[in-house]
Design a protein around this ligand. Structure first.
Ligand code: HEM
Length: 430
């Protein structure tokens, strides 16, 4: 009996037995073909048993392979294979957390030179992630479904997921894809009607081999239930969105510092627009079956989006978090962001108020900033409320996987504001 079976969870049989994967890996080690690592074999096996249940012998061999890579490490950072193995081996290494669960190191791209490039990178990434999700969901109704295989959705649920994914994809596709792939006029009349299958196929058709590898390598579910794929892709889509938001807000701070408040207001407005566009991701995730989630989250303990550096970066670029929030799990879970804040990260609110205090801001520019900040505040409140309701539905009174009480924590953060009123801000920051 495996440890999982003794815990009451059935472990389905592997697509390729672990012993065969080990044998093929040993053959690869002995070959002189370093570029031909058998990703598909390892991933196929991993997804058929779940990362939590990888065979000990296979894990040791993968660790050994990684060790050899380290010896030959290049100065420009770990290779893709090294980062891939770090994600596969996170539980084995006892380093498992939210960034490794969501394979963020495999999805990250070099920092964009400017915010428009960051928006393009976000659009392209979200389109790929959701196109791949539509592909995966669609396969479940065919003779060759893709792993993870258990608890497949009904055809109606597959169609609903495609429709909801399309709602997030359309605006990104109109910006990032060649004209005509999505019918702009039709979207303007009734959004969300673009057929998902053909749109996804077109996006995936134009993906290069590296993008295809990144897409495949970045789905490493902990268990074998179909819906975990949806969970991972939704988290990753939000993460790429937070990366853009952080980049645009950092630019807004620089524009304010350079006495260009209108440009800063436009950037804050753009951040609000993209967050608003992303809200249907929660509707998409709400189609996850709570029963499936409650089963696989047994193996995600220790990984929670409270560890999202992207989210806390965008939040702490708006204004400096209160001392209480900095001292709470919200920021102790993201030590690198915590350090940036305590080292005096410049924020939109502080820089903006600095301009007012120095009499360097015209009333009309102040009003433009106020309007954009209010818009972002209101979309973010909607984000938090939707997240809260989703959590109530999915976990009820269970505690969070990020070591908070769960829903009560999320209820408490509803009161926080990105741009707190000055009196409230000083009361909290001290
Ligand atoms: C089934 C869906 C979800 C549930 C049940 C859920 C539940 C929770 C819970 C209980 C927490 C508190 C921390 C903990 O102990 O884990 C939390 C925090 C958080 N979640 Fe989710 N979540 C879900 C989906 C998402 C998604 C899709 C995102 C997008 C990235 C997300 C982003 C966050 C963030 C940023 C925090 C930290 C909030 C803060 O510290 O103010 N969550 N979530």
């Amino acid at each position: 009996m495996t440890s999982a079976e003794s815990a009451g969870t059935t472990i389905p049989s592997a697509a390729t037995p672990a012993a065969d994967v080990v044998e093929e890996l040993r053959a690869w080690v002995g070959s002189d073909r370093p570029a031909e690592f058998p990703y598909a074999l390892v991933l196929g096996h991993l997804r058929s048993v779940g990362k939590h249940f990888l065979d000990a012998g296979l894990l040791r061999l993968l660790d050994e392979i990684r060790g050899r890579l380290s010896e030959a490490e290049k100065p420009d950072g770990p290779s893709f294979l090294h980062r891939f193995l770090d994600v596969v081996l996170d539980k084995y290494d006892d380093r498992y957390d939210y960034p490794s669960y969501t394979a963020l190191s495999l999805l990250s791209r070099p920092a964009a030179a400017d915010w428009r490039e960051a928006l393009r990178a976000r659009d392209e990434a979200v389109l790929l992630l959701l196109a791949d999700l539509i592909r995966f969901e669609g396969l479940s109704a065919t003779d060759t479904p893709d792993a993870p295989l258990y608890m497949p959705p009904s055809p109606e649920l597959v169609a609903k997921r495609a429709r909801l994914a399309v709602r997030v994809m359309e605006p990104a596709a109109l910006r990032a894809l060649p004209p005509g792939v999505v019918d702009a006029a039709a979207v303007a009349v009734v959004p969300g009607r673009t057929p998902g299958g053909p749109l996804a196929a077109e996006i995936l058709r134009t993906a290069g081999p590296h993008q295809a590898l990144v897409l495949s390598a970045s789905v490493q579910p902990v268990y074998v239930l179909h819906d975990e794929y949806l969970f991972l892709r939704t988290l990753q889509s939000f993460e790429t969105t937070f990366t853009f938001m952080s980049s645009a807000l950092a630019t807004a701070v620089r524009r304010l510092d350079g006495d260009r408040p209108r440009e800063a207001a436009d950037l804050v407005g753009a951040v609000a627009d993209i967050l608003k566009e992303s809200l249907p991701l929660f509707s998409l995730l709400a189609t996850m079956r709570a029963e499936a989630f409650q089963t696989f989250r047994e193996f995600t303990e220790g990984a929670s989006a409270i560890q999202s550096a992207g989210y806390k970066t965008f939040e702490s670029l708006c204004s400096t978090p209160s001392r209480a929030r900095l001292a709470s799990f919200a920021y102790t879970s993201v030590p690198q962001v915590h350090a940036c804040v305590t080292n005096g990260r410049a924020t939109v609110q502080d820089t903006w108020h600095g301009l007012i205090a120095a009499h360097r801001l015209k009333p009309a520019d102040d009003a433009a900033l106020r309007a954009a900040a209010d818009r972002l505040e209101s979309v973010h409140q909607r984000w938090k409320q939707t997240h809260y309701r989703l959590a109530v539905r999915m976990i009820g009174e269970r505690s969070g996987t990020g070591y908070t009480q769960g829903v009560p924590y999320l209820a408490a953060v509803l009161d926080n504001r990105l741009f707190p009123a000055p009196d409230r801000h000083s009361a909290l920051v001290g």
